[in-house]
Design a protein around this ligand. Sequence first.
Ligand SMILES: Nc1ncnc2c1ncn2[C@@H]1O[C@H](COP(=O)(O)OP(=O)(O)OP(=O)(O)O)[C@@H](O)[C@H]1O
Ligand SMILES: [Mg+2]
Length: 623
Amino acid sequence: MARRNPPQEDLAQQRLFKAPLTRESLRQTFALARYVRPHRARFFSGLCTLFVSAALGLAFPLLAGSLIDAALHPGATTLPLVGAVSLNQVALLLAVSITLQALASFNSALAFNRVGQSALADLRRDCYGRLIALPMAFFAQRRVGELTSRITTDVAQIEGTLIDALPQICRQTVFLLGGITMIALTSGRLTAVMLGTLPLLIAAAVFFGRRLRVFSRETQDQLAATNTIVEETLQAIASVKAFANEAFERGRYDRANARVLTAALSAARWRAVFVAFFIVALFGGIVIVLWFGAGLLQSGDISPGQLTRFVLYTTFVAGAMGQAAELFTQLQKTVGSTQRVRELLREPTEAAAQNPIGVSAPLATPPSARLRGEVAFEAVSFRYPSRPDVAVLHEVTLAARAGERVALVGPSGAGKSTLTALLLRFYAPESGRLLIDGRDARDYPLPWLRGQMAIVPQDVLLFGGTIAENIVYGRPDADAAAIREAARLANADDFISAFPEGYATLVGDRGIQLSGGQRQRIAIARAILKNPAILILDEATSSLDSESEWLVQTALQRLMKGRTTFIVAHRLATIRTADRIAVLEAGRVVELGNHAELSAKPDGLYRRLSSLQFGQPTAVSQL
Ligand SMILES: Nc1ncnc2c1ncn2[C@@H]1O[C@H](COP(=O)(O)OP(=O)(O)OP(=O)(O)O)[C@@H](O)[C@H]1O
Ligand SMILES: [Mg+2]
């Protein structure tokens, strides 16, 4: 009777936490009903046919009972609304009723599925849209697995409720109330017997169900632990192999796997007990009802048809009660899921988060078509929202005039990448100001501002797709000629054209692997195509061979021309040609000047760093 899920699905379902059914949580759940609203006509048609099919289902025991009575007492059997009926007429009525019930069920199943799937597709789209519009700080505090599960597991839970549980709740309510009414009409004494045994069975079922759930939870927690191991090792598969640690990882997995088995076996014992109990309860219940009913039949209090009806209605009622617990659990999980999904949908987007009410609102339209590219950090202090106790930048003041090149150098962890993250407005300064073209950066609409910037990151990650698609990411409306020109300027055209499929060559997970220098040149082509006013370069720390190095450097020189550039620099060649060098240490600008000025400071950090990195200090000043 109770619908059983396959074990795997069962575990995933149980992992969803259950929310208490309070007025507020239900209100939240119904707030998502707006996704059903566009499809309400179909939804109500589904609901109506569902009730029709449930009512016809309820008529089945009535007709089945009459079938027996009509056979035993021809001519003496009557049906409500119809009057006297013969055996064959009852059979015909049954056939008609079953056909209608099938048609109604077909329509309602189809309607609920259509409404559910369309509503869920909209919900998924909104969740994803909101997710990628959230500020960086949001992602720093959450695990990727947790976020993907909102779009997959939580939405699937809501889907299950909308498509399966909701119609089931309606149908079972009709069966429960209708069944009890029909039984009461058949025989008051039998009803009393049946209702008397039920509370005991329900109490026992709830008790076993709870025990079972405790052990199932333990199993699923242990299973989650093994999945984490799989995820970790697959992500770092190259390291696992390089360190020849397959045996170590296998051992780790085996131990976790053994714990899953122990937990699963404890759960299995309770499950087996539960199954045994269920059989006793089900058959025992039927036997008790039959035994008592047979007595009534013997004494002539009820007819054989009435006994048949009674047994059938009893199974309807018992079925509905058996499902009630499961449907209730399902509902609780769904409320939990809707809460998490609603939380996500109400999370402030990046633009809203950086412009809290009361602070300046961004201009509706940008002040000019293109930025000049003046950037000024004024006494900017910052700490990451995920680590509020560590101050990462202290009163950093640094300016770049339009078209200047500013090199950021300093030890690892000094805050160089953080400074570029603030420029991209991934985060807002905690105090101080970031001015762009003389205006507070928050005055500009965020997408427009980022449209004026481009970044060539330290480690270029290409999207799965063709090379052309990866380059056009910089400016989605660019045509093939523009893509090619950008690739040519980025010194990438030669190696791309050498591939048999040229610009249509697939890269990424399922495509060919490009070398570090090649990927960087693709990123440069992307930036050239975007034609930004402000450029951020995070130089690769790994050195390329001298030919690729030359190709990358000349491409970068072309890219930097006429743009304000912030370079997190590791190479002397880049640093020497910078208009200004900011030496960062522990979040402070400790030295500022050009190469000649900074090299001249006898015990400056720059001089020390460059001697470590590029050789003797004398060599640096000679370069
Ligand atoms: N997302 C983050 N959340 C919390 N702390 C961070 C985050 N990113 C960086 N930090 C911390 O901020 C400090 C500055 O980091 P940052 O990445 O800016 O250094 P960096 O100068 O770029 O170093 P490197 O040369 O190694 O790239 C470090 O102490 C780092 O631990
Ligand atoms: Mg960095």
